[in-house]
Design a protein around this ligand. Structure first.
Ligand code: ADP
Ligand code: X2W
Length: 244
């Protein structure tokens, strides 16, 4: 299985070669699961409606009003838009979200600090099995968002950590974190290979900041849990490769 996490900004920057590569992988019989974010649209829509836009260490502080908007945007706006983009490229994707049948279960991350934010505790194997039936050619790709079902209803989960949980729990071979930069950058150059020691040094030096910090934490966690091949990039086949 290949898990591709696509950040909200990256969705609008995808080029033909991305769709071509996904098609090739499905033809080869690979299970492809695409997990999308949408952080930037969520932030700008919250700002428009005068709702909070605070993030702590890249994680959105999510009161119930923000959860409702986040859930609507991820499920009813971003996911169908992306599904349509895939369809236009000839890729039929089965959309999975908390209304259609959630993939993720979660517990509160820290309700006092973050509100309605979850950390993934499990995945629904039956939902994943749908993509295993890719052989029938109906829905070769699974398109998921990061929302989860918690103890009292839906919870907002950071898409990088949801991708990490999915790749780890489904024992994926590969995790690709597609973002809006060509990789981890230092002095505007892509760091082609990065281990946890070097990453922590760069974080301490504040050369890696903002959303890249939780992205790396998620990526190294997946690597520690046996997902062998992990890349951060804006272009399949390039970028920063993580190593232990
Ligand atoms: N050293 C770094 N290299 C690359 N990006 C970095 C670095 N430090 C901070 N960033 C920021 O991290 C962002 C990617 O993280 P994020 O905004 O969470 O992306 P996504 O929405 O794709 O998950 C980049 O756009 C950049 O602004
Ligand atoms: C809890 C939390 O941070 N949830 C994220 C979910 C979407 C996301 O992570 O999207 P990107 O990958 O585009 O950043 C949020 O509300 O922005």
């Amino acid at each position: 299985m290949i898990v591709i996490k696509i950040g909200g900004n990256a969705i609008s920057q995808l080029k033909d070669d991305f769709f071509h590569q996904v098609k090739e992988w499905t033809k080869e019989g690979q299970q492809v699961v695409i997990l999308h974010g949408g952080g930037q649209l969520i932030s700008s829509t919250c700002a428009f409606f005068d709702l909070p836009t605070e993030k702590i260490d890249g994680i959105r502080v999510t009161p119930p009003s923000v959860l409702a908007l986040t859930s609507h945007l991820l499920t009813n706006v971003i996911q169908p838009h992306f599904q349509n983009q895939l369809a236009q490229a000839g890729i039929s994707a089965l959309a999975v979200n908390q209304e259609a049948g959630p993939l993720f279960t979660a517990d509160y991350l820290d309700q006092d600090a973050y509100g309605e934010v979850g950390e993934v505790t499990g995945i629904d194997e039956a939902v994943l099995a749908e993509v295993s039936q890719a052989g029938n050619g109906q829905n070769p790709v699974l398109l998921v968002n990061s929302l989860a079902i918690g103890p009292n209803g839906p919870l907002n989960v950071n898409a990088d950590s949801a991708a990490q949980a999915l790749a780890t729990m489904a024992s994926a071979d590969q995790l690709i974190l597609l973002t809006d930069v060509p990789g981890v950058l230092v002095n505007e150059e892509v760091v082609t290979a990065l281990n946890p020691l070097k990453a922590n040094q760069l974080i301490d030096q504040e050369l890696i900041t903002a959303g890249m910090v939780p992205k790396l934490q998620a990526a190294f966690s997946a690597l520690h849990h046996g997902v062998h091949k992990i890349t951060i990039t804006n272009h399949l086949g390039q970028g920063t490769k993580l190593e232990l």
